[in-house]
Design a protein around this ligand. Structure first.
Ligand code: NAI
Ligand code: MG
Length: 498
């Protein structure tokens, strides 16, 4: 057995953190490279954890395969649903602890750790409940192909699903991936990000408590280029679902080509907001601000480029800077004064600061922030650039931090062209009080998700995913049931005619 570690969280909660790997319903030692778990608010090491080696990945996949072919496949769909329902109840029971773990490990903030609590964990509870109810509603169709023949379609699980998740919504990304996969009758091997492994390992305890058969859920923290790569290239894994950067998505797609794995990729973004001259400017400024600054700017759908009609440009800038100033309360994720916490890691912190320098030297007008905040921890000031141009790196590349680029446009066609002027296509927001313009522009935006008069809404019933280099496939809602099943057509000859 791998040892557990007692952890005291900054808000006084104490708990027993499992370490190692969760395979076959047990915490077992890992044999791969060690990595440090950092508290980004202090940039100090909490513990070091051993990561999964290639041999460990083999063990986890074998456990998932045995479970898939054994007890799990014998269960009625309604009973799979009951297990998911039990998990949802346990998540709800432990919501404060789970939120505190993610706030500690990731730095999630905004009015204490409320983002983690009411955002991530309550959403995860709902996701498990949604798929608990969906498990026994997965159906195929029956089609009469001629008077003497018919065919019916079975919607069957894919098998063993490898799931590789990022660090920006540690527990919620687990929920988005694990719940629909299990509802469809698959088994999973989940690799959390090395920056935020704690809540995923803790989930292993809930899996045991809920009584799931051994091997249905396996959790293997580890280094991406070792355990993630081994999982993506494993010949006995049937599907890879991934959320993270477009470059890693590309590498995973190549690794997954060996046995033509089914893939779902949810990758990067550089999502635009368009503010038309007839928008409610107060609302637009408010949504545009939270659309980029929420979660320290570490959101794949962050609306990091804002295009504003020239007639209201100066007015919008004034309001946007005012809101940024009001919410520039950067600091301790567990303090009720805080709106913005630390960035997740030294690497992300360095990358964001270098983009800020790049923005300054490329001639963008700095309206707020522009440097690190404080002397300890990975804090960065919310940073606002105006008068940006399409050729600038800060307009073209994903920064993944609290940095926004604002510029103006004159015509609707120009706004749409600029919004679409990117290799990404994850999301887009638009602000107007004109109903026909809103729907017309929504259709022209090359994005998997469009928000009219808001930003960064998502809901467990609604498909989530991107166009272009932002990904392949969709998560959540009924769409995830397609992503985790395959169709088998059974042809039935009722007569004797050929
Ligand atoms: P990443 O995409 O490399 O990491 C995401 C996950 O993939 C982690 O679990 C990691 O261990 C795993 N991974 C890494 N290399 C792998 C490989 N070769 N094979 C299989 N799995 C692998 O992202 P990273 O390095 O943490 O962040 C870099 C940038 O990626 C960020 O600055 C941001 O721009 C973007 N990103 C986007 C996210 C999103 O939600 N779309 C989430 C996290 C990062
Ligand atoms: Mg951490």
């Amino acid at each position: 057995m791998a040892a557990a570690v007692e952890i005291s969280l900054p808000n006084g909660l104490k708990y027993s953190q499992p370490t190692g790997l969760f395979i076959g319903n047990e915490f077992v030692p890992a044999t791969g490279e060690k990595f440090a778990v950092i508290n980004p608010a202090t940039n100090e090491e909490v513990i070091t954890l051993p990561g999964a080696s290639e041999a460990d990945v083999d063990k986890a996949v074998a456990a998932a395969r045995r479970a898939f072919e054994g007890e799990w496949s014998e269960l009625a769909a309604v009973d799979r649903g009951s297990f998911l329902y039990k998990l949802s109840e346990l998540i709800d029971r432990d919501r404060k602890l789970l939120a505190s773990i993610d706030a500690f490990d990731n730095g999630k903030a905004r009015h204490t750790y409320t983002d983690a609590l009411e955002g991530d964990i309550d959403e995860s509870y709902n996701v498990f409940k949604y798929y608990a109810g969906a498990a026994d509603k997965i159906t195929g169709r029956t089609i009469e192909t001629s008077p003497a023949k018919l065919a019916y379609v079975l919607q069957e699980p894919l098998g063993v699903c490898g799931q590789i998740i990022p660090w920006n919504f540690p527990f919620m990304m687990l929920a988005w991936k694990v719940a629909p996969a299990l509802a469809c009758g698959n088994t999973v091997v989940l690799k959390p990000a090395e920056q935020t492994p704690l809540s995923a390992l803790y989930f292993g305890k809930l899996v045991v408590e809920a009584g799931l058969p051994a091997g249905v859920v396996n959790i293997i923290p580890g280094i991406g280029s070792v355990s993630g790569k081994a999982l993506a290239g494993h010949m006995d894994v049937d599907k890879i679902a991934f959320t993270g950067s477009t470059n890693t998505g590309r590498a995973i797609m190549k690794s997954a080509a060996n046995n033509l794995k089914n893939i779902t990729l949810e990758c990067g973004g550089k999502s635009p907001s368009i503010v038309f001259e007839d928008a409610d400017l107060d609302q637009a400024a408010k949504w545009c601000h939270s659309g980029i600054m929420y979660n320290q700017g570490q959101v794949c759908t962050s609306t990091s480029r804002i295009y504003v009609h020239e007639a209201v440009y100066d007015d919008f800038l004034k309001r946007f800077v005012e809101i940024t100033k009001e919410n520039a309360r950067v600091g301790d994720p567990f303090s009720s004064e805080t709106w913005q916490g630390p960035q997740v890691s030294q690497a992300q912190y360095d990358k964001i600061l270098s983009y800020i320098e790049e923005g300054k030297s490329s001639g963008a007008r700095l309206l707020h922030g522009g440097s690190k905040h404080g002397s300890k921890g990975l804090f960065i000031e919310p940073t606002v650039f105006a008068d940006t141009t399409e050729d600038m790196k800060i307009i073209q590349e994903e920064i993944f931090g609290p940095v926004v680029a604002i510029s103006k446009f004159s015509t609707e066609a120009e706004a749409i062209a600029k919004a679409n002027d990117t290799s990404y296509g994850l999301a887009a927001a638009l602000f107007t009080e004109k109903i026909s313009k809103a729907h017309k522009v929504a259709r022209k935006l090359q994005a998997g998700m469009v928000w009219i008069n808001s930003s960064n809404d998502s809901h467990f019933g609604i498909p989530f995913g991107g166009y272009k280099s932002s990904g392949i496939g969709r998560e959540l809602g009924q769409y995830a049931l397609d992503a985790y099943t395959q169709s088998k057509a059974v042809h039935v000859n009722l007569g004797s005619r050929l």
